[in-house]
Ligand binder design. Structure first.
Ligand code: NAI
Length: 298
């Protein structure tokens, strides 16, 4: 088996038209590929396509793309009505809720519709690839393809080798990532992979500092930006990622490392999650946001 990432007219399937799915659609279009986009929620895929087109049109205003190029990209996105529309895809990227049972159902159903050599990937932040691949008839073509938020700006993509993933799949995904303008890195199927394990302390230590009453979220962020030279602090990042995403990810990584106290989150994180204060997407999280997603000064 082989995978030709350079093929003209290559089609990528994207499942989930939320923040990450939209970003993956955009970089696939920028890599001259066709996209089939599906979301289980009525109207979400069509809306996702519209958001991507709006973002591309902003690039036209900035002189970074021509209007003709963006019109052609728009025509290359098909809004799917079911997974049966993924039959011509060479690779599918799943970017739905971080829930193992839902992801397994989607992968099992997907395998009924795609070609035998179609690569099946998950953008999961924290779930083991092996635990998704185990429901597949061909686990050798299943891998993690983990992008970062916001996808068009964040260059890195982790290519995660599941217990049965074959080398041609890993190499194919690295080449595909490069075609999307990303920098791929091959990593092991370990809890949190590379970034969400290595970078965990950035979030958990920030939360611990606030939990202990040492500093406020705004102070922690200011120190990380001004002294640490990070582009944003952990609290801004949590609000950008979405507390609905990073709270469950924290629990999953903590559990997978046998409840290592270094990876434990704090009650404040759970309280925001329980209250539906997910960050920018809900207008409030650690900070407040206006309807354009801009932070409102406290
Ligand atoms: P989101 O909540 O913005 O979007 C998820 C979308 O999936 C929704 O539109 C929902 O309707 C759809 N969906 C849910 N179940 C579905 C199903 N069975 N079939 C089809 N569509 C379904 O979530 P987001 O932030 O885009 O995250 C998606 C995945 O990407 C998660 O696994 C998350 O852990 C991962 N991820 C998230 C990052 C972030 O910063 N938000 C960063 C890297 C990975």
């Amino acid at each position: 088996m082989g995978f030709d990432a350079g093929k003209a007219g290559l089609t990528v399937g994207v499942i989930g038209a939320g923040a990450m799915g939209q970003g993956i659609v955009q970089v696939s279009l920028q890599g001259e590929m066709n996209v089939v986009l599906f979301d289980a929620k009525d109207g979400a895929a069509a809306n996702g396509k519209e958001q991507v087109v709006k973002r591309l049109e902003r690039l036209v205003e900035k002189g970074k793309r021509t209007a003709d190029a963006v019109a052609a990209m728009k025509d290359r996105v098909t809004v799917a009505s079911s997974l049966a529309d993924f039959r011509d895809c060479s690779c599918v990227v799943e970017a739905i809720f971080e829930n193992i049972e839902v992801k397994r159902q989607v992968f099992a159903e997907l395998e009924e519709h795609v070609a035998d050599d179609c690569l099946l990937t998950s953008n999961t932040s924290s779930l083991p690839i092996g635990s998704i691949a185990r429901v597949c008839k061909k686990p050798e073509r299943v891998a993690g393809f983990h992008f970062f938020n916001p996808v068009p700006l964040m260059r890195l993509v982790e290519v995660i080798r599941g217990p049965g993933t074959e080398e041609w799949v890993m190499d194919g995904l690295c080449a595909l990532g490069e075609r999307m303008g990303r920098t791929p890195v091959k990593v092991k199927d370990a809890p949190g992979f590379l970034v969400n394990f290595g970078g965990r302390a950035f979030t958990t230590e920030g939360l611990a500092v606030v939990h202990e009453g040492v500093a406020t979220p705004a102070q922690v962020d200011a120190v990380m930006r001004d002294c640490g030279h990070f582009r944003m602090g952990p609290f801004q990042l949590m609000d950008l990622t979405g507390i609905d995403v990073n709270y469950p990810v924290s629990l999953i990584v903590h559990e997978q490392y046998s409840y290592d106290p270094r990876l434990r989150t704090v009650p404040l994180h759970k309280a925001l999650y329980d209250a539906g204060r997910f960050g920018r997407k809900t207008g409030i999280g650690h900070f407040r946001y206006d309807d354009k997603g801009q932070e409102i000064d406290p």
